[in-house]
Write a protein that binds this ligand. Structure first.
Ligand code: BES
Ligand code: MN
Ligand code: MN
Length: 474
C-alpha cells in the first residue's frame, strides 16, 4: 500500500482543505438549476464562476462554449504534447431544490454538518471540483502536472444534455484526449472503495389521455364514458406487470445479458439488506430476495418507472366527477445491449396498440429525451490506474460495480472522441442525489482529491495513444 505522500500532506493540510471547501460552497450558492428558465442567468453565472475557479486552481485557459442552450465551460492546461491527455467531464448544473420545507438547511447555502457538506449540487456534481484541487495540489507541491489536462463541464446534464453531442462533434479536435475521467457517481458504501463500470441509459416519455372535454358528474355519466384514469392505469399495466415489474413491451429485453460472472461479482459485495434499505430511503422492503438480486435489478437490468401521474380531483374531501384528462410521465432505464432508439419506438407503439383497446379516450405519447447506457472496460490501463490509486488511499481492494443512474454524455465522448472513460465517484449512497439534504462527506471529498492526484501521476507514466501511433513524436 502507498504511504502518505507530499501530495497527501498538502491536500490534508487544514488551510488547503478549508480554502477548497469555501470555494466549493460559494460556487454552489449560485442556483444553477438548468430545468427552470427563471434561473437562466444563475446557470450562466455558475459557468463563469467555474471558469474563474479553473484558472485560479491552475488551468492556463478557461472559457465558455456556447451551445444554443446553457453554455459549457472549457479549460485546459497543456503541459507537453508527448504526455497523455486526460479530459475531465462534469456538469455544473443542478436539479431543482424541490420542496424547501423538506430541507434542514437552505438548499443553496451549503453548510458543514456532522462531517458532511450539505446543499444542492454538493455531491451532484460538486465532486467536479476535486479535480481542480488535485491540479492545485500538484502545482503547489511539485510545480508541475503529470499529464495534459482538459476540462469540459456541461450546464445541461440534468435536463438530458440536449446540446452536448453537437458540441462534442463541433469541438472534437479541441476535446481530443486519451482518456475521459468523470467524478459524478457513488461508492458502494463508506470504507468500501468501488468503481462503476456500467451506467444505465434512459428514455423518457410523456403521455396524455383525454376523455370528455370537461369534467362530468360521475353518477350521470359513470358507466357511459371511458374514464381517463382507468385508461391510464390500463396502459400502465400493459407496459409493465405491476407485481412482477416485468416490462411487457415486445422486444424490450432483446440484447440484455446478465452473466453468472456479473451475478457473482454482486454476491461478493459486502452489503447487507439493512444497509441497502437505509440507502434507498428507509423503505419497508426491497424488490429482490437478496442484496445481490436487488443490486442486479439496479445495476444490470432494465426497468420502467412511472415518474409522475396527474389527473382528476386532487382537492379536499370527495368530489363525484369523471375527469377529462390525465398525464403520465414515465421512463425506462436501459442497459448495454439495448438501443434507446429501438426501445423508444417499441414503447410508443405498445402504448398506441393498447390505446386502441380503449376507444373512448384519445391517447398521445411522445419521447421527451433519451441517452445511451455506459460500458467501461475494467482492464483498460486508465481504469486500472484509478483502481490502484483508490486502493492506496482507502487501503482496500476496489470492487467493480454497476450503477443504475445515467450519464449519457460519457457514451457520446467515448464514441465521438474514441477516448475510453473512467468513473471515479466519491459520493455515498445516502448522499440524497436530487433529494432534500443532498450531501457529500468532507472526508470523501478529501480522499477523492488524493485519489485523483495519484491517478494523474499514474496516467502520466502511461504511454499515450499519440505516442503509440507515433503522431506526437513527429
Ligand atoms: N450523477 C447523476 C447520475 C448518477 C446517479 C450516477 C446515481 C450514478 C449514480 C446524473 O447527474 C443524473 O442525475 N443523471 C440523470 C440523467 C438524465 C437527466 C438524462 C439521471 O440519471 O436521471
Ligand atoms: Mn450528476
Ligand atoms: Mn443528477
Amino acid at each position: 500500500m502507498g504511504q502518505f505522500t507530499d501530495l497527501d500532506r498538502w491536500i490534508t493540510a487544514s488551510g488547503n482543505r478549508d480554502t477548497f471547501l469555501r470555494d466549493l460552497s460559494e460556487w454552489r450558492r449560485i442556483p444553477a438549476v438548468s430545468a427552470e428558465s427563471a434561473h437562466r442567468d444563475d446557470v450562466r453565472a455558475a459557468a463563469g464562476r467555474l471558469a474563474a475557479l479553473a484558472k485560479e486552481y491552475g488551468f492556463t485557459g478557461a472559457r465558455l462554449l456556447e451551445t444554443g442552450g446553457h453554455p459549457a465551460v472549457y479549460a485546459e492546461r497543456i503541459v507537453d504534447p508527448r504526455l497523455p491527455t486526460v479530459l475531465i467531464y462534469g456538469h455544473y448544473d443542478v436539479q431543482p431544490a424541490g420542496d424547501a420545507a423538506l430541507w434542514h438547511s437552505d438548499p443553496f447555502t451549503p453548510v458543514q454538518q456532522r462531517g458532511r457538506l450539505v446543499g444542492r449540487g454538493t455531491l451532484d456534481d460538486g465532486q467536479l471540483l476535486m479535480h481542480l484541487q488535485a491540479l492545485r495540489a500538484h502545482l503547489q507541491t511539485h510545480g508541475s502536472f503529470p499529464v495534459n489536462l482538459k476540462l469540459i463541464a456541461e450546464g445541461e446534464e440534468e435536463i438530458g444534455s440536449p446540446n452536448f453531442e453537437k458540441l462534442v462533434r463541433r469541438n472534437a479536435r479541441l476535446l481530443a484526449a486519451d482518456t475521459v475521467v468523470v467524478s459524478d457517481t457513488t461508492m458502494l458504501k463508506r470504507g468500501v472503495p468501488s468503481m462503476s463500470i456500467s451506467l444505465r441509459g434512459l428514455v423518457y416519455f410523456e403521455m396524455t389521455v383525454d376523455g370528455p372535454d370537461h369534467e362530468l358528474h360521475s353518477g350521470e355519466a359513470g358507466g357511459a364514458v371511458e374514464n381517463v384514469l382507468n385508461a391510464t392505469s390500463a396502459i400502465q399495466s400493459a407496459l409493465m406487470d405491476p407485481f412482477t415489474k416485468e416490462v411487457k413491451v415486445p422486444g424490450f429485453y432483446d440484447g440484455v445479458v446478465v452473466t453468472p460472472e456479473m451475478r457473482e461479482s454482486l454476491r461478493r459485495l459486502p452489503i447487507s439488506a439493512r444497509e441497502l434499505k437505509r440507502s434507498f430511503g428507509n423503505v419497508p422492503g426491497l424488490i429482490g430476495a437478496t442484496p445481490a438480486e436487488t443490486l442486479e435489478r439496479v445495476a444490470f437490468r432494465p426497468t420502467m418507472e412511472f415518474n409522475g401521474l396527474a389527473g382528476g380531483y386532487q382537492g379536499e374531501g370527495a368530489k363525484t366527477i369523471i375527469p377529462s384528462r390525465a398525464v403520465l410521465k414515465f421512463s425506462t432505464r436501459l442497459v448495454a445491449g439495448q438501443d434507446p432508439a429501438k426501445i423508444s419506438a417499441a414503447v410508443i407503439k405498445h402504448v398506441q396498440d393498447t390505446a386502441r383497446k380503449l376507444p373512448g379516450v384519445r391517447v398521445h405519447v411522445r419521447e421527451l429525451s433519451r441517452g445511451a447506457p455506459v460500458a467501461i472496460d475494467p482492464t483498460h490501463p486508465a481504469v486500472q490506474a484509478a483502481a490502484q490509486s483508490m486502493k492506496e488511499v482507502f487501503g482496500k481492494d476496489v470492487a467493480f460495480t454497476g450503477e443504475g443512474g445515467s450519464i449519457p454524455p460519457v457514451t457520446v465522448m467515448q464514441d465521438v472522441l474514441g477516448a475510453p472513460a473512467v468513473l471515479i465517484g466519491m459520493g455515498l449512497p445516502d448522499g440524497r442525489m436530487h433529494g432534500p439534504d443532498e450531501n457529500i462527506p468532507i472526508s470523501q471529498l478529501q480522499k477523492g482529491v488524493r485519489v485523483l492526484a495519484r491517478f494523474y501521476e499514474r496516467v502520466g507514466q502511461q504511454i499515450s495513444t499519440k505516442q503509440r501511433s507515433g503522431t506526437a513524436l513527429g
